[in-house]
Design a protein. Structure first.
Length: 223
């Protein structure tokens, strides 16, 4: 797909998400307009899961086939995923302040999501400081935080509500217009993340290689 066409489709998805989230979906009966944060908060978290899945897949392949393109895919997905995880955390704090009465609490979902962000950061640092194999190992190990974060609201019930869509019972405790807006926003976030990752991979491939370190010469040797 041509980059211009992909960008147009991503823009159309963003517009559709705005329309369904602001105009089609009604305000929540309890939380009112504040509930509309869900149409950004939840897709950001979901897409962060997908990005870490890409990091995990690229890492597994990298351990068997050390190819630079796998390092670039993992790094690009890790950068986008880390940003989306941070966005989900910040929006959760903004949402939680009027609902829970605090900006932050060590709720299991919040704590495990912070652990996921830390795993993303550790993966990116490993790639910069220790190379592709170390990053691949860190990415595969860090992926364990994804099921931990998602399942935390099922295993340890606290303030955070259970999953709205991916619940083990298969129930959908949400009105149809709200569900439609949530699905459209999730699709738009997924498409946007894929587009940004693809562009980042291309930019990493086009970047010049890092300079080689200068040779070490004994003290007093002629240069």
């Amino acid at each position: 797909m041509r980059p211009s066409l992909a960008g147009s489709l991503v823009s159309a998805g963003a517009v559709a998400a705005l329309v369904t989230g602001l105009a089609v979906a009604p305000p929540d009966a309890v939380q009112g307009e504040l509930q509309r944060l869900m149409y950004v908060h939840v897709p950001a978290a979901w897409t962060a899961y997908l990005c870490f899945t890409a990091v995990f897949a690229a890492g597994l392949l990298r351990l068997r086939h050390p190819r630079p393109e796998l390092d670039r895919i993992g790094r690009a997905a890790g950068e986008v995923g880390a940003g989306l995880t941070a966005l989900a955390i910040v929006l959760g704090m903004v949402w939680g302040r009027p609902v829970w009465g605090v900006w932050w609490t060590w709720d299991p979902r919040l704590t495990t999501t912070v652990l996921m962000l830390a795993a993303y950061v550790a993966y990116l640092l490993a790639g910069r400081l220790a190379g592709g194999r170390a990053a691949a190992l860190a990415g595969c190990a860090g992926f364990l935080t994804v099921p931990l974060a998602h399942g935390s609201v099922l295993w340890w019930r606290a303030l955070h509500q259970p999953p709205t869509v991916l619940s083990p019972e298969g129930r959908l405790p949400i009105a149809a217009p709200m569900l439609a807006a949530l699905l459209v926003a999730t699709a738009a976030f997924t498409a946007l993340a894929a587009w940004v990752v693809a562009r980042r991979v291309r930019s990493l491939a086009a970047a010049p290689p890092p300079p080689l370190p200068a040779p070490h010469l004994p003290v007093g040797a002629a240069r």
